[in-house]
Design a protein around this ligand. Structure first.
Ligand SMILES: Nc1ncnc2c1ncn2[C@@H]1O[C@H](COP(=O)(O)OP(=O)(O)OP(=O)(O)O)[C@@H](O)[C@H]1O
Length: 842
């Protein structure tokens, strides 16, 4: 996740472990004994890790669906006798089977695995410092020129045969030139965290003495049986576990064996679909059952699956709606709650806009002298809509003026109500900090008295809601205890998954305005759902609304005509699209390739890349398993200024951070020779060589200039999954890790030994880069098409770049990505339509 990964991973860890325990405790001994009698001997365990091309909901994925094969599949019976990580021994009794929390727990565990899928820590093999090959190398004057023209000249190449062994951390730290400040050594000062009580201490104590690499184990939920097997296997184990539990529950409830088996199979596929970001499983995309049997009939006979409209089946673990969508109860419930909340906002009467505010709206969006604004000005339309409506969704690519619009909207709202309680938030700390800074910059043209009223801080959504493991749903603020707000702006809202979007909107008072900003063409949330894309798919404005907006914006009647919707959504008067880019000219390199990717124009994209016509875009065609020398060179050139700064006597944290934000390697995948971990490992070696060359004795885990990304939320330290920091000495010469402050003003220091789980961050996955921007990026594609590659992924990657982008990979992989737009199965629109029927008078 997310981000998300922007999920409260720490919070979830505890919760999910509890749920997992509940599942284990729920195993019924009598059933297990009964099943043991007919266990197959040739079980597929451990299950085959799914290969890159396994489309989890692909109808053709498993076509041998004879009843015998269904019975024999590793749907639960296998793991029971082959070291099933879910089976902790003889189950105590069968009472727990009635507890469908166990099934929801599977869903929660899936959520966590999505997080791990993206977050699996760095298993880097650091190198001892090698011989000084090029100590005197000076970085290119402008690293991006070098990156783009490929004229790096071999600076700082890692020496062949450099050892890959990491020195033992403690020993190395003790003998190194850089002291590493631990929790006790920390002296509070400006920007330093106090040596506070640390609830995470027991967890860290448990891993005390481990190396960074040891810390990176990503399988706390699954236990030793799956350690090191990677997230695909973990997700598969969860799917198997869910199938197994459904089958047991179904049999225990008196269902016939075939229906129980169908429930197990469907549950297993549903679990995989959730792990792939879908909210539900489309039954009509599954291969037919043998003997002409219907999935639906068997599922409804399985006694673990109910229809939404049947009160008697409420509380069963599976829900099957009339359009063949199969859900876990939890996701169905969230979809229904979100639809209810959205429809309530949509039905609320429009807010009155006083004349003074309308006047201000026209003044703020007046074109600059000498310029003609497009008619209508969609920025103005969006702001006008947000003055009238409770929830507004603004979708636009980078640089289309979303922040500018919000600043002007805030100015209008604060004119009307100077004491309005306004909050800015985003799914990640980085995005939140960027928004604070962008709002500050865009507000420079506002009158001083309005500027003074603008928020000076942004929140991560978790911080806004208040992560609280003891509270209902894990947050302090929820439907029963709403946020004290009049207006909430959420940036990077495309990263919101169904669960977080539901909780967030439920926690906002119905009287408040919510503005969701994002880009519908970017990657959706790592977890289930694509709420932002679904809400922004329909930019339809009703006739009454366009009439009112024309008047508010001072336009002639009939001027505003919304684009046609791409879906038949019952929501209207909610979404606005921004298409004009004010940062890049329409024909600029980055803008052009982003548009071609978004629109699926692979031929034009490849032709443009090959031509090399635009100096801001570079293409390194590279189809080998190992990145080509030119790719490594481009990466080294991009990082050379950071290494050079880090090797100075007293590297300045602020300067290092600014330099680090200028260039990033974005990888589509984590593992493999072209994955994030491999790039991080190689760049770590290189960094150490450079520091060694500068006589900085960098054998330790912590060295100046080491960038790290936090992988687990730590509310006490106010560090969240995805936050990046840089290691640099403080005024006392102690190595600290420096993170941007939430208010975007400067940095704060955290002692390295207090950090929650983290990894080096020279390279990051594209998923993790959402919400961040860099001057230049190098996008490293894998050698073959993989399941994670999509149009949205490459679009998101290139739009992280502000000045220059370098794409490296095989043409076939790029084409395959552009030809693969993501579609997430969900029933949100169906739930919204149901709400329309519910609200319709008899
Ligand atoms: N209507 C406009 N006319 C001229 N320039 C504009 C207009 N709107 C925005 N800009 C400029 O375009 C740039 C990008 O604007 P802004 O930051 O608001 O876009 P954004 O969509 O929020 O971008 P990002 O998604 O990257 O944060 C800024 O320099 C801003 O001043």
């Amino acid at each position: 996740m997310n981000g998300a990964r922007a999920h409260a991973a720490d919070t979830h860890t505890a919760t999910d472990r509890t749920r997992h325990d509940a599942i284990d405790a729920a195993s019924p001994a009598p059933l297990a004994a009964h099943l043991a009698a007919d266990l197959p001997v040739d079980l597929d365990w451990p299950p085959r890790p799914r290969d890159d091309h396994d489309a989890l909901t692909d109808a053709g994925a498993e076509d041998d669906l004879s009843w015998a094969s269904l019975m024999d599949e590793a749907d639960g019976r296998g793991p029971l006798h082959h070291g099933d990580p879910f089976d902790d021994g003889p189950p105590p009794d069968d009472e727990g089977w009635a507890d469908h929390a166990a099934m929801n727990a599977m869903s929660g565990a899936d959520d966590r695995l999505r997080d791990d899928d993206d977050d699996t820590a760095d298993r880097q093999a650091d190198a001892s410092p090698g011989p000084d090959q090029d100590a005197d190398a000076t970085p290119a004057d402008d690293p991006f020129d070098a990156l783009l023209d490929g004229q790096g000249g071999g600076r700082g190449r890692a020496p062949a045969g450099a050892a890959d062994a990491d020195p033992p951390r403690d020993a190395a730290d003790a003998g190194s030139g850089w002291p590493v400040r631990g929790p006790q050594a920390s002296t509070p000062g400006p920007g330093h965290l106090p040596p506070a009580q640390d609830p995470a201490a027991p967890r860290r104590a448990a891993s005390a003495g481990t190396t960074d690499e040891d810390d990176d184990d990503d399988s706390p939920l699954l236990g030793p049986a799956l350690a090191g097997h990677g997230p695909a296997l973990g997700a598969e184990a969860l799917a198997i576990g869910l199938g197994w539990h459904l089958r047991q529950w179904s049999l225990a409830a008196g269902a016939d064996a075939r229906s129980a088996q169908a429930a197990a199979q469907a549950g297993r596929r549903l679990s995989r679909a959730l792990a792939d970001g879908h909210v539900c499983l489309q039954l009509d995309r599954l291969p037919p059952l043998p003997d002409g049997a219907h999935w639906r009939d068997h599922l409804l006979a399985s006694r673990v699956c109910g229809r939404p409209q049947d009160a008697a089946t409420q509380g069963l673990p599976l829900v099957l709606d009339d359009a063949q969508r199969l859900y876990l109860q939890r996701q169905f419930d969230q979809e229904q709650r979100l639809a209810t909340r959205l429809m309530a906002a949509s039905r609320a009467p429009a807010l009155a806009v006083p004349d003074a505010v309308a006047h201000q709206l026209r003044a703020l969006f007046a074109p600059a002298p000498g310029r003609t604004a497009p008619v209508p000005d969609w920025q103005q339309v969006a702001a006008a809509l947000a003055l009238r409506q409770r929830i507004v969704v603004v979708s636009g690519g980078p640089g289309t003026g979303k922040t500018t619009t919000v600043v002007n909207l805030l100015a209008c709202v604060l004119t009307q109500q100077p004491d309005a309680r306004v909050a800015l938030a985003a799914p990640t700390g980085k995005a939140a900090a960027r928004m604070t800074e962008a709002v500050r910059q865009r507000a420079s043209g506002l009158p001083e008295h309005l500027r003074a009223l603008l928020p000076t801080d942004s929140y991560t959504i978790h911080r806004l809601l208040g992560v609280n493991p003891m509270a209902d749903g894990g947050f302090t603020h929820h439907a029963g205890h709403r946020l004290p707000l009049d207006l909430l702006v959420i940036d990077e809202a495309s990263m919101l998954d169904l669960s977080l979007a539901t909780r967030l909107l439920e926690a906002v008072p119905e009287s408040a305005r919510v503005i969701l900003l994002g880009d519908k063409d970017q990657l959706a949330a790592v977890d289930s759902g694509a709420v932002f894309a679904e809400l922004s798919a329909s930019p339809h404005l009703g006739a009454a609304t366009t009439t009112a907006l024309d008047a508010l914006c001072g336009l002639a009647p009939g001027t505003i005509r919304a684009p046609s919707a791409t879906t038949d959504s019952p929501l209207q008067d909610m979404a606005v699209w921004f298409t004009q880019n004010f940062r890049f000219a329409a024909d600029s390199g980055i803008g052009r390739i982003a548009r071609e990717m978004r629109d699926g124009q692979a031929d034009a994209l490849v032709d443009g890349l090959r031509s090399g016509a635009d100096p801001s875009v570079r293409w390194i065609e590279d189809a080998q398993p190992q990145p080509a020398a030119a790719v490594w060179q481009a990466i080294e050139d991009g990082l050379a200024p950071l290494f050079a700064l880090a090797a100075t006597r007293t590297p300045d944290p602020q300067a290092l951070t600014a330099q680090f934000d200028r260039f990033r390697v974005l990888c589509a995948v984590r593992e493999g020779e072209r994955g994030m971990a491999a790039v991080n490992a190689r760049m770590t070696r290189l960094a150490r060589e450079r520091l060694g060359a500068a006589d900085r004795q960098p054998q330790q885990a912590w060295y100046p200039g080491r960038p790290v990304m936090v992988l687990r939320n730590d509310p006490v330290l106010r560090l969240f999954n995805g936050d990046t920091g840089l290691c640099a000495p403080d005024a006392d010469g102690q190595l600290m890790v420096w993170f941007p402050r939430a208010d975007g003003q400067g940095l704060r220091a955290v002692p390295p030994l207090r950090l929650p789980e983290h990894q080096s961050a020279y390279a990051m996955t594209v998923h993790k880069s959402q919400g961040s921007e860099f001057d230049a990026v190098l996008v490293l594609l894998p050698e073959r098409p993989t399941r994670v590659l999509s149009r949205e992924l490459v679009y998101t990657a290139v739009t992280r770049a502000k000045r220059a982008v370098c794409l490296a990979g095989p043409e076939a992989v790029l084409r395959a990505a552009v030809a693969s737009p993501t579609r997430r199965h969900s029933g949100l629109l169906a739930r919204l339509r149901e709400q329309v029927l519910i609200g319709r008078p008899e």
